[in-house]
Ligand binder design. Structure first.
Ligand code: C2E
Ligand code: MG
Ligand code: MG
Length: 753
């Protein structure tokens, strides 16, 4: 860039000096500089090898032209030779630029070329009227020189065209491109100035025109010294935003200037009239072609935009909007034809787990494979679309009853029996499918059908995944009800509608109450009581479990503190509080626990946090981290409902756990069902070997309690011992349990076999 600026300075200085000798020195010095730059560039920048022969020819013809030029040689006989070299120079420049711009035009080469034609033609017209015609008419040069000069100027118009084309391309304009363009612009300026002097249009010294050539040589040297010269002939980085404004200004000027000239000047003679008419006619054709091309390419782009908005890029399936159009179309005339088009809403089960454990690339591969499976599993008249993430929709416009749609759904479930083969290995996936069938009064339009199929899909998920649910109206009621619960739950805490009840946990050996489990209740303002099984999952999903759980912790520990103070229970009695995964993943959770312990003045080892096995399976790292920090402050952790999840022995060893709570479903059959009993025996043996405390949940009968005692289970809780009771009833509940002899009656005779 500095070299280019220097070129301008030298050019201006040369013009100001206006001395022939100085001008010659400046010109040859600039030529030497360019030669040096070429050598340096060849060594350090290593530009595209193919440009060297062309460059040598350009340099050769330029130097030869100057040597033979009358201004130096002063022999008019040699002027024709000089002009021939100048013509050759322009032709070579045009060819070189065409080569470069052809490689840099990018996506839309045609528009660049046509714009270039318009600029070239505009320039040609101005050159003809302003320079060429006067030169032909006024100078007393030979016809040959005149013809060569005319051809050179015409070739300049072509150079103009290629230069414009280069600039209208999609490739990024690097400094080298700017410098080459600068060099050529100065060359053209020099040409025009010489021609104007020759034509008698301007009366200035030819040294001024030579200054333009000097600047041009400096620019060319600068271009070759710049490292970006390497990518001159490559397409390089595409421009994000095409330079529309600059392009518009240049092409519009190329169009309007000739029109203005045409309006203000009359043709001199018949030849002038013919050249003008032909030039303007060609210009008009080029402009018309450009307009047609712009309209056609706009229409094409619009079509592409619509198509990409309606197609899912990953799977190539129709997107939500196109699926809605398909559903709408299939509903047309369905009633009259006795058709009941069906929509199946398909959600890949546990897709998040796949994404989290195998990575997003595997997740994408699964989606592509699922799309393929669906296509293969379905009759050809069905349409499959992907409407978001892991959600696919199938439209069968030909079904005549919900049972036909069920067949399709079953076929889809069957298709997932085989694993998907991915680059990462085989992966089994299952899907939950919701089906909605067209019914004029219920699912009467495309939106309804899709929404109802979605609702049914959630029912399938609730039913344990990998199954199908067909939409019926009662589902809508449940959705509305759930929405009402969600909204009311937000307020439940501040309206003091939540309560804790407690269930005592006893030592099976001696019946002493050793602890309590806090269980939440929600008493709504209309007096109705909602079970935690109903509202805890909603609180988890919406995140309200975080503040609610924090409240429960402090409340439960405060109750324990009161009971200890009032002598209702032992001073080392414990409080068990249920904790959901969402709470564990809350970064504040550990400090919430610590704060509750501090405020209630309960020792950390008197708090049991009950988590389910699912905590260890989904996002185990995060859970492990939280549980370890809790253990560090002395809090203990129990696995609730043990046996219903899928935790492995290795997970149990890895997690900081001190207690297992045997799920009610096993305790239920422990007295009568041999397999349930041997399962409980195994769980207890395993717990013992890991040094864990064992609690049996949901003990309802004396026989269950006796069997658990035989199996040496340490602790128990259940309706047999006590239902969960409100905090103020705990005094009488514990007193009743502690009553002398009541326990031995419950437990029956000791049997240590
Ligand atoms: P869980 O932690 O396993 O609690 C034991 C459930 O079994 C309680 O149901 C309890 O009332 C019931 N139960 C106790 N003994 C018997 C019995 O002998 N027979 C029968 N059939 N059931 C018995 P509840 O109170 O409806 O709680 C259900 C679940 O809701 C709890 O299961 C727990 O997972 C969750 N939950 C309750 N309170 C909270 C809470 O404060 N936070 C969290 N995150 N979850 C809670
Ligand atoms: Mg529990
Ligand atoms: Mg439980």
């Amino acid at each position: 860039m500095t070299c280019g600026a220097l070129g301008i300075v030298v050019g201006v200085a040369n013009s100001l000096t206006n001395n022939d000798a100085v001008a010659s020195v400046a010109y040859f010095a600039a030529t030497a500089l360019l030669a040096l730059a070429l050598v340096v560039s060849a060594i350090s920048n290593k530009p595209d090898n193919r440009i060297w022969p062309m460059l040598l020819l350009i340099a050769g013809s330029s130097i030869a032209g100057q040597i033979f030029d009358a201004r130096f040689a002063d022999q008019s006989s040699q002027q024709a030779i000089a002009e021939a070299f100048f013509l050759l120079l322009q032709i070579l420049l045009a060819i070189g630029l065409t080569y470069i711009s052809a490689r840099r035009l990018g996506n839309d080469p045609l528009s660049g070329v046509v714009d270039g034609v318009i600029v070239g033609l505009g320039a040609w017209f101005l050159i003809w009227v302003g320079l060429l015609k006067p030169i032909i008419d006024t100078t007393n040069q030979t016809i040959l020189v005149n013809a060569l000069q005319g051809a050179t100027l015409a070739a300049s118009a072509v150079v103009f065209f290629t230069l414009a084309t280069l600039f209208f391309g999609d490739s990024l304009r690097t400094p080298a491109v700017w410098l080459v363009a600068g060099a050529i612009t100065f060359t053209l300026t020099g040409d025009v100035l010489f021609a104007a002097i020759d034509a008698g249009r301007i009366d200035i010294s030819s040294n001024h025109a030579l200054s333009a050539y000097v600047a041009s040589l400096f620019f060319a040297a600068a271009a070759f010294l710049h490292p970006s010269i390497r990518s001159l002939t490559s397409k390089s980085i595409e421009r994000q935003q095409r330079p529309l404004l600059g392009r518009l200004i240049v092409t519009t000027s190329a169009l309007t200037l000739p029109v203005v000239v045409l309006a203000v000047s009359d043709p001199i003679d018949a030849s002038d009239r013919t050249v003008r008419a032909v030039s303007i006619a060609v210009l008009t054709i080029a402009v018309t072609a450009r307009v047609v091309q712009a309209v056609v390419s706009n229409a094409r782009i619009q079509r592409q935009l619509i198509a990409s908005a309606q197609t899912d890029a990953l799977t190539g399936l129709p997107s939500r909007s196109l699926m809605l159009t398909h559903v709408n179309n299939s509903l047309l005339g369905a009633y009259d034809e006795g058709r009941q088009p069906s929509v199946l809403f398909i959600d890949v089960d546990r897709f998040k787990n796949i994404n989290d454990s195998l990575g997003h690339q595997a997740g994408d591969d699964v989606l592509v494979a699922v799309a393929q499976r669906l296509r293969n599993a379905l009759p050809s008249h069905c349409v499959v679309g992907r409407i978001s993430g892991d959600e696919f929709v199938v439209l069968d416009g030909e079904t005549r009853s919900p049972s036909e749609a069920m067949l399709i759904a079953d076929a889809i479930l069957d298709s997932f029996h085989e694993p998907l083969s991915l680059r990462q290995g085989d992966v089994f996936v299952s899907a939950s499918i919701g089906v909605a069938t067209y019914q004029p009064t219920v699912s009467g339009n495309a939106d309804d059908l899709l929404r109802h199929a979605d609702t049914a899909m959630y029912r399938a998920k609730d039913a344990g995944r990998n199954c199908v649910a067909v939409f019926d109206e009662s589902m809508l009621e449940r959705v509305t009800q759930r929405l009402a619960v969600e909204t009311a739950l937000y307020r439940a805490l501040e309206r003091r509608e939540l309560r804790l009840v407690h269930q005592p946990i006893v030592d099976i050996e001696d019946g002493e109450v050793v602890g309590f489990e806090a269980l939440m209740r929600w008493q709504r303002d209309d007096g109705s009581m909602i079970s935690p099984a109903e509202f805890i999952p909603i609180a988890e999903e919406t995140g309200t479990i975080v503040p609610i759980g924090a409240w429960a912790l402090l409340e439960a520990l405060t109750h324990l503190r009161t009971w200890i103070t009032e002598g209702i229970c032992r001073s080392d009695a414990t409080m068990s509080v249920n904790v959901s995964p969402r709470q564990l993943h809350d970064p504040q959770f550990v400090s919430v626990v610590a704060e509750a312990l501090r405020r209630s003045r309960v020792a950390p080892d008197q708090l049991w946090l009950e988590v389910t096995e699912s905590v260890m399976i989904a996002e185990p790292e995060q859970a492990l981290n939280a549980l370890n920090r809790l253990c560090d402050i002395g809090v203990r952790v129990a696995i609730d409902d043990f046996g219903t999840g899928y935790s492995s022995l290795s997970l149990l060893q890895k997690f900081p756990i001190q207690r297992l709570k045997i799920d009610r479903s096993f305790v239920n059959g422990v007295a009568d069902d041999l397999s349930a009993r041997s399962l409980v025996r195994t769980i207890i043996a395993m717990g013992d070997s890991l040094g864990l405390d064992m609690v049996a949940e949901g003990v309802e009968s004396v026989r269950q309690l006796q069997t658990l005692a035989e199996l040496r289970c340490a602790k128990a809780q259940g309706y047999l011992i006590s239902h969960p009771v409100p905090p103020d009833s705990m005094g009488s509940t514990v007193a009743a349990l502690d009553q002398f002899g009541s326990w031995s009656r419950l437990r029956g005779p000791r049997n240590n076999s």
